[in-house]
Design a protein around this ligand. Structure first.
Ligand code: CDP
Ligand code: MG
Length: 163
């Protein structure tokens, strides 16, 4: 098995996904693609964790809206594992702005928010989900959210057919 192509990536089902009862629907997209859930927990994020997770955005105008969104209720944090998981999960998630996200993606199928609306309303873009955007970001985020002992090793049936 070419192990170097097996990656881990961090996914957050944001508070809007939880409050809209979309946990199962969204998770099934990843399960059906054969991605393996190797860690998962429900967390009510505080301002400190928000600032660590979104450190690249802290100085941006929208950060205050993003912090109030991400701390507004519990979210589900997940580590997914699979072949080129970082790129594949971003493809399944779709573009940041739901208005631009294509049908067939999670953000395109289950949200319709737009930058213009969010900016005028003084709120964050409600786009249901976060996914690490690069291998480096994934490594940093998986470490931030999970201890090594919370990440599990087991076999799925996909491994019989895919690997
Ligand atoms: O989440 P993603 O990596 O696709 O986008 P990002 O550029 O890293 O932004 C992080 C999050 O900030 C987005 O998912 C939005 O929820 C929010 N955001 C926003 O509310 N307004 C913006 N102009 C840009 C991002
Ligand atoms: Mg990002």
């Amino acid at each position: 098995m070419p192990k170097s192509m097996i990656q881990r990536t961090l996914v957050l089902l944001k508070p809007d996904a939880i409050q809209r009862s979309l946990i199962g629907t969204i998770l099934s997209r990843f399960e059906h693609a054969g991605l393996k859930i190797v860690a998962m927990k429900m967390v009510w994020v505080d301002k400190e964790l928000s600032k660590k997770h979104y450190s690249e955005h802290i100085n941006k105008d929208f950060y205050k809206y993003l912090e109030s969104f991400i701390t507004s209720g519990p979210l589900i944090a997940i580590v997914l594992e699979g072949i080129f998981a970082v790129e594949i999960v971003r493809k399944i998630v779709g573009s940041t702005e739901p208005k631009k996200a294509l049908p067939g993606t999670i953000r395109g199928d289950f949200a319709h928010h737009a930058y213009d609306y969010a900016n005028k309303a003084g709120i964050a873009i409600k786009n249901l989900i976060h996914a690490s955007s690069s291998i480096e970001e994934a490594e940093k985020e998986v470490k931030l959210w999970f201890k090594e002992k919370e990440i599990h090793t087991y076999k799925t049936v996909h491994e019989l057919h895919v690997f």
